[in-house]
Design a protein around this ligand. Sequence first.
Ligand code: PLP
Length: 423
Amino acid sequence: MNTANGTNSANSVNALWHNHAHMPTMPGREHRIVRGAGAYVYDDAGRELLDVPAGLWFANVGHGRAEIADAVHRQLSELATYPVFGDFCNPRAEELADRIAGLVPVEDAKVFFTSGGSEALEAAVKLVRRYWQLTGEPARQTVITREGGYHGLHGFGTSIVGVPAFREGFGALLPGALTVPAMDLAALEAAILAHGPDRIAAFLCEPVIAGGAGVVPPADGYLTGAQELCREHGIVFMLDEVVTGFGRAGSMFAAERYGLRPDIMLLAKGLTSGYLPLGAAVAGGRVAEAFWAPGSPHVFQHGLTYSGHASACAAALANLDILEREDLVGRVRSREGRLLEALLPLREHPLVADVRGGTGLMAAVALRGHDVAEEVAHAVVNEGMLMRVTGGDALQISPPFVIGDEDIDRIPVAISAALSRVS
Ligand code: PLP
């Protein structure tokens, strides 16, 4: 019904469509977060909650950083943004691209900005397919990914996601996806040989599988072995560091920790610590050269209105300043053992199936089934913590890097208390 001021009152209530949520049963279940400070958030009931998942793996430098807000305010007041499109660009995007290129273990890196991780994946897959077209191997179109892998849910992301439930029910998906078991090098090699290396464009993986399978660190030697197989067969090696990039895995990039030099790297989340949406596909010289070499006639025909959004780039630059000045990556590395040791005793509980972690501030407490996990995540709010379920049945433990030691120690205590409420 239209009211006098032109709004449609019938549509103005409960119109917010939650991602991955059952909407008919949503009214009354909404958990509204209204404020954040450091490692804590506050809900609309006034409760202070330790932000154990750091939102969706992003609040790395912690909430409420005035320095980032000020940098964004300055940029918004000067110029909200100007597109990085055709000849146009803006200085914040140039500055941030150079800063990223100087940080990543990617040779001669070129940075294509997006609005988030899913878009970074789409850009990277188009880029790599175009690269093969231009270099005379157009049959190379397949992208190999891993079971449990997650790289966003846009068109190609949905086609390749290693979680079947996210792929089903959408009709025909984009061709060119091949999924292999997550930690099995022999299976990867067999898939490459069976499919034909000359039909494979890229291998894509997360160094530590995050949300799709609920934090699975790599088996010893798996990632370097996969990288070698890629080199051997000319396959582009794409590393998704959307979660692990900028310190989460205990080094600036997980690639450094595991001795990897990817041809393409995907970034988002920790790039701005979530202060504004921003992602990037970073291409090394091998791929970028087709478009950047002097005399190349080729244009990468891909574009986004908000690529290199100046205010988001300003947030990222201020975020990186904080990360470096406070040595937050060192802090993550020095706390990873403490976090895992604190969580391991939970394995004794009959409702706990597994505790995984040990790679930076990334861990998971897998419970015996999805329903138990949801119940515990719900109950733990009474212990002053916010948690979420990841990988179907696991509690995601990925706190902001600024978490205090006593708060690390409180996490298993809160989970134990919540477990005794549900068991
Ligand atoms: N890649 C990984 C490893 C992710 O965990 C995610 C999101 O959780 C994405 C890509 C997609 O990023 P976004 O949600 O910003 O589109």
